[in-house]
Design a protein around this ligand. Structure first.
Ligand SMILES: [Zn+2]
Length: 222
């Protein structure tokens, strides 16, 4: 997707093919306003596609993306805190009920934590500090990178709890935080178990079986 031709061809396809099918939905979302219940904090990586992953469409996800899916500290200091402002907006204005921090395999930001950056990459160097505590004192390997990606997600969840409006709602049971590790090449999501601090496979087959089980269904409703 590099030439003007190609970009405009795609834009035309949206206007002529996709928008007409979604027009009513968009009009409703404009009339009634958006009410997404999920804030999705994901990496900017082009292989992470939140709407596909969450089987969702317009109005359903409030998305914040940055390199590394990092959450900056809540320090209320001066500066341009885009991610922090988006978190505040999602929690205070939209009153989302879930925040998903979604890390992923083969994350360039996490790999960059183990390499030297060009001196020109000043903002990147600063931003990557938000994942620094996840780095392992080992020789870099694919396994170490996967573990670092997971540790970084747990770190961001901890940092989210320093946002007073997040902590208050989590403690009141009106907001739920989830840490995910998305394996791009397998289409699988590993879910952070906050008790053990481990990432366990989310098994779609198990979930479907539970949904079909009458008692499981009741438990889910509770
Ligand atoms: Zn990434």
């Amino acid at each position: 997707m590099t030439s003007d031709d190609e970009i405009f061809r795609r834009l035309r396809r949206f206007q002529t093919r996709y928008f007409p099918q979604l027009r009513r939905q968009f009009e409703n979302l404009v009339d009634r306003g958006q009410r997404p219940t999920v804030l999705f904090i994901g990496c900017s990586d082009s292989r992470v596609v939140p709407y596909l992953l969450m089987d969702s469409g317009p109005g359903e996800l409030f998305v914040v993306r940055n390199i590394g899916n990092f959450v900056p500290p809540f320090d209320a200091s001066h500066g341009y805190h885009g991610t922090a402002a988006s978190i505040e907006f999602a929690v205070l204005n939209l009153e989302v009920r879930e925040i998903i921090v979604c890390g992923h395999s083969h994350c360039g930001a996490i790999r960059a934590l183990y390499t030297e950056l060009p001196p020109e990459a000043r903002h990147m160097g600063k931003w990557l500090e938000l994942g620094r505590d996840a780095v392992l004192p080992v020789t870099v390997s694919e396994e170490a990178l996967r573990r670092t990606e997971q540790r970084a997600v747990a770190l961001q969840i901890e940092r989210l709890m320093d946002y007073p409006m997040v902590r208050r709602r989590v403690e009141a049971g009106t907001l739920y935080l989830r840490g995910w590790h998305y394996l791009i090449e397998e289409g699988k999501v590993l879910v952070l178990d906050v008790e053990s601090g481990r990432f366990e496979p989310f098994d779609a087959a198990d979930e479907a079986a539970r949904a079909n089980d009458p008692l499981g269904g009741i438990n889910q409703l509770q």
